[in-house]
Write a protein that binds this ligand. Structure first.
Ligand code: AP5
Length: 205
């Protein structure tokens, strides 16, 4: 199965992708995580990426699309988390058959609150929330024991910019997948397990 998760920043795309990985053995391909990993290496490409991500702007379409296509290459069971984000990106993978696009809907107030409480581990693979999904030991990742950090782009000014970008790009993208009749909406303002239940229902239909 080939899935796309769409939704505003902090709607829970990464959280749901991890649950889908466990339940259905789908490989999560997180655009944000891949870009952060490259940025952390401090390579030329990484430095270029940071120019955009640190300010809450989108990395250029052609660059992200090439990176994601390389990740997808030859795989049949995956979840795209955070890609595509623009109509251009969606068109960039038009030759890859997508079975289902799930749109995680949540209002801005709920999401801003989630993002301010989000903490991720240094490896970047595990996500927690001070209010909703705390780690067992404060400030330490349950899985790999590394310290938890606050993402640079989870600061209020950058969150505001990420929302601005999202609001500007989401409509054409939803229209594109609606036309293909593969778009399903899920209420993502519920607790994580409830959201996951709804996602599973949509997948099994
Ligand atoms: P990216 O990392 O993809 O950021 P995002 O889309 O803004 O999404 P987030 O990772 O912030 O949130 P999420 O929806 O995964 O929510 P999560 O599960 O973590 O991208 C970062 C940057 O990279 C972008 O700004 C851009 O610069 C660049 N980029 C990425 N993709 C790109 C692309 N395609 N093109 C160009 N540039 C790109 O949950 C959030 C928090 O809430 C967590 O603390 C979690 O524990 C908690 N939580 C989750 N679900 C619930 C729930 N149901 N109830 C309560 N708390 C919950």
């Amino acid at each position: 199965m080939r899935l796309i998760l769409l939704g505003p920043p902090g709607s829970g795309k990464g959280t749901i992708a991890k649950k889908l990985e466990k339940k259905f053995h789908l490989l999560p391909i997180s655009a944000g995580e891949i870009l952060r990993e490259e940025a952390a290496k401090g390579t030329l490409l990484g430095k270029e990426i940071r120019k955009y991500t640190d300010k809450g702007n989108l990395v250029p379409d052609n660059l992200v699309t090439e990176i994601i296509k390389l990740e997808i290459n030859g795989k049949n069971n995956f979840i795209l988390d955070g890609f595509p984000r623009t109509l251009e990106q969606a068109k960039g993978i038009r030759n890859i058959t997508i079975d289902l696009v799930i749109y995680l809907e949540a209002d801005e107030k709920t999401i801003v609150e989630r993002l301010s409480g989000r903490r991720i581990c240094r490896q970047g693979h595990h996500t927690y929330n001070l209010n909703y999904v705390p780690s067992a030991k404060k400030g330490i990742c349950d899985v790999d024991g590394t310290p938890l950090i606050h993402r640079k782009d989870d600061k209020p000014a950058v969150i505001k910019q990420r929302f601005k970008v999202y609001n500007h790009t989401i409509r054409p993208l939803l229209g594109y997948y609606e036309q293909k009749r593969i778009l399903k909406k899920v209420n993502a303002a519920l607790p994580p397990e409830e959201v996951f239940k709804e996602v599973k229902k949509v997948i099994k239909k």
